[in-house]
Structures are given as structure tokens and as C-alpha cells.
Ligand binder design. Structure first.
Ligand code: NAD
Ligand code: MG
Ligand code: ZN
Length: 277
């Protein structure tokens, strides 16, 4: 892991430092980037709903201003987290922004106690919100999801949702439901989304995915039986693709792409790709 970005629980009462400004998966930036002098931001009166101490970037303390909506700031613009991910190069910057977006969204959505409605308070000493009336604690939210490449020899089962960019096909993914194991989730989601049974699941690796708070658990599975039947609401199209005639694939930074590239490399006897971090 790189040393440029180090998450840490900083006390927002500590003065100075730098700050990110986030709202609804977008960050404020200008010619100097996404980090603004914190004292300068206070003067803008941005309607801050939560302030969080995030950690250190290049050794400098970084805070987050979570604001209610994207305000116009002279000389600055807003850019979505996805755009920052797609800009190749600075993975540490994206890791910091992904963390900031998840913490900011969580803080924004837990301002009031879900049990009794009292305004929540930030705890000191751990990243948690606390209800002073009933004692409820809320921690940052994570949604475990499986993602799986299903293969049959030289063929890959890839699908697209109507939300994807035109022509893009990807691996199957879905959220883990209460009470099931990730392996059961893989079997259920594949059955639901394409009507196919799989076997020989192999866990490959995981990736934090801040859109908005998934933890992707990546698998490879062998096709077992069944014909492809796309799930009407979720899957626009699903097919077998030969490793020699693949469609437009997901972004290089995604574990979806890694699962595909890894399998293709193994079939062709090529060097395995680098894991996207
Ligand atoms: N990193 C990657 O390579 C990669 C690739 C594909 C998908 N993903 C992510 O995987 C996650 C799951 O994929 P999917 O969209 O196909 O899921 P899915 O197949 O379970 O279906 C999506 C539906 O699940 C419901 N849903 C939304 N949030 C939920 C939650 N937290 N828990 C349970 N159900 C929820 C909604 O009805 C939504 O329309 C998404 O966050 C997606 O962004 C990541
Ligand atoms: Mg899905
Ligand atoms: Zn409460």
C-alpha cells in the first residue's frame, strides 16, 4: 500500500489543515486540485452538515466538509467521483476521495437517530455517530456484494444492464442478503440474473467500491448447467463471449475488469494483470 494517503481519525476541533468539499458523490476542485485551505473554506459559509477528520495526504492533515448541496464557488467546479476514478494516474487521490465520499454520505444520512429521531453526535475516539437520548451507535455503512466471472472453457458469460455505457458488457454482481454466505449469494444472483447454475467457486480478491458503499468480493465460477435467461428488470442482455472476440469491457480500475483480464491471461498463457487498488 502506498504512503501518500493514510486514513486516520482526526479531531475536527483541531485547527488548520486542508479540506475536501463533498456533496452527493461530487467534489469541489480548482486549478490546485481538490484540497482547499480549511480556514479559507470557513469564510465561504457553504452550509456544512458535517465536518470529519479523514487522515493524512502527503503527511498533511485532511478534513471533510460535507455540505447539503453543490454550491457555486467562484473559480471552482464540481466533478463526480467516477470521473476521478477514470483519470488514470493518481490512485492515492482516488482512494482518499472514495473514503471521503463514503464517510461524508454516511455522516449526512445519520444526522438523526433512526430509532428515536434525536440529533446524533459524533463520537470522539472512534468513527461513529451516537444518539445522546437512546444510546444508539451508527458506524460507517458498507454493503458486501459479490462479483463473479462465469466461464465455460474459452467462453465468458458477460451481461449488460441498461445503466451501462453503450456496448459495455461486464461480470455479474449483486448485494449479499441477510443470512446468506457470499458463496450462496453468488449462486443465487447468477441464477436470478441469467438463469444459470455454477460450480467450483474460487475466491479471487476484494475491492472497496465507493459507489456508494459496496465491498466487492470477487469470484471465478465454472458454468454448470442451464440456458441463459436474462432477468427482465436487471439484465438488458447476457451472452457467451469467446476470449478472442470480447465486447467493450468495464474500466481498468474495476475488479470486474480484473476478473476478466485474469482469466483471459490464464487461457492465453500471458502474464497475469496487476490487481486494481
Ligand atoms: N467494482 C466493480 O467492478 C463492480 C462491477 C459491477 C458492480 N459493482 C457494484 O456492485 C454492487 C452490486 O451490483 P448490482 O447493482 O448488480 O446489485 P444487484 O444485482 O443486487 O441489484 C441492484 C438492486 O439491488 C437493490 N439494492 C441497492 N442497494 C442495495 C443494498 N445495499 N442491499 C441490497 N440491495 C440493494 C436495488 O433494488 C438495486 O436496483 C453495486 O454497488 C455496483 O456498483 C462493482
Ligand atoms: Mg446485479
Ligand atoms: Zn436515539
Amino acid at each position: 500500500m502506498s504512503l501518500r494517503w493514510q486514513p486516520e481519525l482526526l479531531d475536527p476541533a483541531q485547527p488548520g489543515g486542508w479540506a475536501l468539499v463533498h456533496s452527493q458523490q461530487q467534489f469541489l476542485f480548482d486549478d490546485n486540485g481538490v484540497l482547499f485551505p480549511r480556514d479559507w473554506l470557513y469564510r465561504l459559509d457553504l452550509g456544512v452538515v458535517s465536518e470529519q477528520g479523514l487522515g493524512y495526504f502527503d503527511g498533511e492533515p485532511v478534513f471533510l466538509f460535507e455540505i447539503a448541496q453543490n454550491e457555486d464557488v467562484p473559480g471552482a467546479r464540481w466533478q463526480g467521483l467516477r470521473q476521478f476514478m477514470l483519470q488514470d494516474g493518481d490512485r492515492d487521490l482516488f482512494r482518499m476521495l472514495g473514503f471521503a465520499a463514503q464517510i461524508g454520505t454516511w455522516a449526512h444520512q445519520h444526522r438523526f437517530c433512526g430509532s428515536c429521531g434525536t440529533p446524533m453526535q459524533q463520537r470522539t475516539g472512534e468513527r461513529a455517530m451516537h444518539c445522546p437520548a437512546c444510546g444508539l451507535h451508527q458506524y460507517p455503512r458498507l454493503s458486501p456484494s459479490m462479483i463473479v466471472l462465469v466461464t465455460r472453457g474459452d467462453e465468458l458469460l458477460l451481461a449488460r444492464s441498461a445503466r451501462f455505457a453503450p456496448g459495455v458488457y461486464s461480470t455479474l454482481a449483486g448485494f449479499v442478503e441477510p443470512g446468506e454466505s457470499v458463496e450462496q449469494c453468488v449462486e443465487r444472483e447468477v441464477r436470478e440474473e441469467v438463469g444459470v447454475a455454477v460450480r467450483d467457486l474460487r475466491y479471487i480478491g476484494s475491492q472497496g467500491w465507493p459507489f456508494p458503499h459496496s465491498l466487492m468480493l470477487g469470484f471465478h465460477a465454472q458454468y454448470d448447467s442451464g440456458e441463459i435467461v436474462p432477468q427482465p428488470e436487471e439484465i438488458e442482455d447476457a451472452r457467451w463471449f469467446s476470449i478472442h472476440a470480447l465486447p467493450v469491457l468495464p474500466a481498468r480500475q474495476s475488479i470486474a475488469r480484473y476478473l476478466i483480464d485474469l482469466y483471459v491471461a490464464s487461457r492465453l498463457g500471458l502474464e497475469p494483470p496487476a490487481f486494481p487498488r
